[in-house]
Design a protein around this ligand. Sequence first.
Ligand code: G1P
Length: 244
Amino acid sequence: MDYGSRILIIRPGKNAIEDHFDVVSELQHSLRSRGKTAEIEVADGWLPESGEVSYTRQQEPLGLGHAVWCARHLVGNEPFVVILPDDFIVGAPSCLQQMISSYANVGGNVVAIMEVPLEDIQRYGAIVPGAADKRLIEVKGLVEKPSPNLAPSRYAIIGRYILLPEVFKHLERHELGASGEIQITDALAYLVGKAPFHGCLFEGERFDCGDRIGYLKANLSVALNRSDVGPELASFVRSLSKRL
Ligand code: G1P
């Protein structure tokens, strides 16, 4: 599926991220001169084409809402997707494809949600749920990092959003919210009631790669499913598990 132009919002000093998505011509040249075409495919086959990715800087760490606002000129006046890459989600169809299918039916704003234990909801944005239609739940309000006793639900927002450009008007105000940061959740709360707004209870497995244990689990889970390294890794994991 073609999601159109991609924008990466990065903080100063993270040039390595831009380089990661770029061609290393010395490597290409060296592999080509030795006839290693399969290796070129592995090294570069997945790279975006020229002009497919744009970059912008969040010059100060003022919060997620501020980071999204930094991309306002690149996004322009059309619906857009926000992906928080530390939320790694494995699903078939992907979480975003599930959301796009919902968006095709209901329009408006769509956020990915999952149910979490009540004691964990304070780590997330939570939705005030309305009517549910299978896995699509109406959003009647949003609260960033509520304490468990005040949480409106156990439905946590996970890092995938389909948003209308109106959100920029609210981000523009640079209002400080939870943790003294400019929160996307607070800007989204202003959009409730103005256009359709739904939470998509996606099917799939989510790993919180902002956390070391989540990162380790994601690597293990993905590697075990690969045909090249999976079988050997599986027997290694089985041998390790005897030690437990
Ligand atoms: C951000 C959002 C939060 C969301 C979470 C998902 O929080 O502000 O609403 O639930 O991502 O991972 P952060 O993890 O940046 O604290």
